[in-house]
Design a protein around this ligand. Structure first.
Ligand SMILES: [Zn+2]
Length: 394
């Protein structure tokens, strides 16, 4: 595959870009449900070249090719199964209700996945429409209240007429290669001045500071720090009302409304975020090299002690983690509590994805949690099952 290397910033048009992280041949679909190990190992791969814009701080995969993605095919990205995640969503909606009112609003969710969150939104609002090209009927949508509508398509200009005055877009903007063009289109579509938008994306600053290479994967072609995200929204015609961190500071939570007057950073050449992000990307490059060394030593120890290893959490982090490791020979399985993933195989390494109960059969010596935030939950589950394994976390 020949990478299409972008030379200018897809958020502000600036150039030149600075490259700081590269991976060749990584799976392009981290969450595809694959029913045989062979199919999982055959999954398409792409190249990653992360670049930062020194002007606005936007980070993009300059090699990203949107043509490789087809989100209509078996795709599973729901986090709704974790109690920890449900508690976060609950607290989030209570806050949004208090600040903007939800009960009388008509909600549109762009990138609604299977609709877990949309169904929760519907319970608290006057109407709910979800749009997602990967949407398909499931027990979630079948049990949804009558006033919920799902559209299995990509959001575009033609959705201008949809009745909505509260737009949600969670964990979607980072999948969009042209975020500025997308937000301008959304701004043009929003008719009501009282409309509110809620966007949620991974916080790239945390990823850069922690050298969290497992949070970098092909589907995420766009990465935002707080300042870069704010600038992008201001430049595309929005007023940022609130920008906070949540879910143990892993996510950026942005609330905005259509701007009445152009903002101070709306003009060309006014960007300031880039100066803060470039040193972070340099830190990331050093940090990843050290971290890969550390996990390579850990993997050597597993090999010497003939340890059986299980990963816990089969999402994109596990794919990112495995594709950066030199070898996954000691890893025997990946646990996921989401029943629709169990029985499938992880793209790339082809590892079986299993239920927590299956650990009684796999008898791992080491369990590596792909998200430290779930460490408590995972330890409780291991204790409940009577699985005595060393628990490590990324
Ligand atoms: Zn830029």
């Amino acid at each position: 595959m020949s990478p299409l290397v972008a030379t200018s910033c897809r958020a502000c048009g600036g150039s030149p870009l600075r490259a700081f992280y590269e991976r060749r041949g990584i799976p392009v679909h981290s969450n595809r449900l694959l029913t045989t190990p062979e199919a999982a190992r055959r999954e398409s791969v792409g190249d990653l070249l992360l670049t930062v814009c020194p002007r606005c701080g936007f980070i993009q995969n300059a090699c990203y090719d949107s043509g490789v993605h087809d989100y209509r095919v078996s795709y599973e990205d729901s986090q709704g199964h974790s109690a920890r995640f449900r508690a976060f969503a609950d607290e989030l909606l209570t806050g949004l209700e208090a600040r903007h009112g939800l009960a009388s609003r008509r909600v549109l969710e762009i990138g609604c996945g299977r609709g877990d969150f949309l169904v929760e939104l519907a319970r608290r609002s006057a109407g709910a429409i979800g749009i997602d090209p990967s949407f398909r009927e499931s027990e979630v949508s079948r049990a949804a209240p009558k006033h919920v509508r799902f559209l299995a398509e990509e959001y575009g200009e033609r959705h201008r007429e949809l009745p909505a005055d509260f737009v949600f877009c969670r964990h979607t903007l980072e999948h969009i290669p042209e975020p500025a063009a997308f937000l301008r289109m959304l701004r043009a579509n929003i008719q009501k001045p009282e409309a509110v938008l809620y966007f949620e994306v991974p916080d790239a600053e945390r990823i850069l500071r922690e050298g969290a290479f497992w949070d970098i994967y092909y589907e995420h072609c766009s990465y935002f720090t707080e300042d870069a995200l704010r600038e992008l929204f201001e430049r595309t015609g929005f007023e940022v009302l609130r920008l906070a961190r949540g879910f143990d500071d892993q996510y950026l939570l942005l609330e905005a409304r259509p701007a009445v007057a152009p903002s101070a950073t709306a003009g060309e050449g006014e960007s300031r975020a880039g100066g803060g992000v470039v040193p972070l990307t340099e830190h990331f490059t050093r940090c990843v090299a050290e971290s890969l060394d550390r996990w390579a030593r850990e993997a050597d120890r597993w090999q010497q002690t003939r340890s059986r290893v299980a990963l816990w959490g089969s999402g994109s982090k596990a794919v990112g983690f495995c594709s950066a490791l030199r070898s996954t020979d000691e890893v025997h399985c990946v646990v996921d509590i989401n029943p629709s993933k169990q029985g499938t195989f992880q793209p790339g390494a082809g590892l079986p994805i299993v239920s927590p109960e299956a650990l009684l059969r796999y008898r791992p010596d080491v369990v590596v949690a792909m998200n430290p935030i779930y460490r408590r939950e995972i330890q409780d589950e291991l204790d409940r099952l009577g699985v005595r394994a060393e628990l490590l976390a990324l």
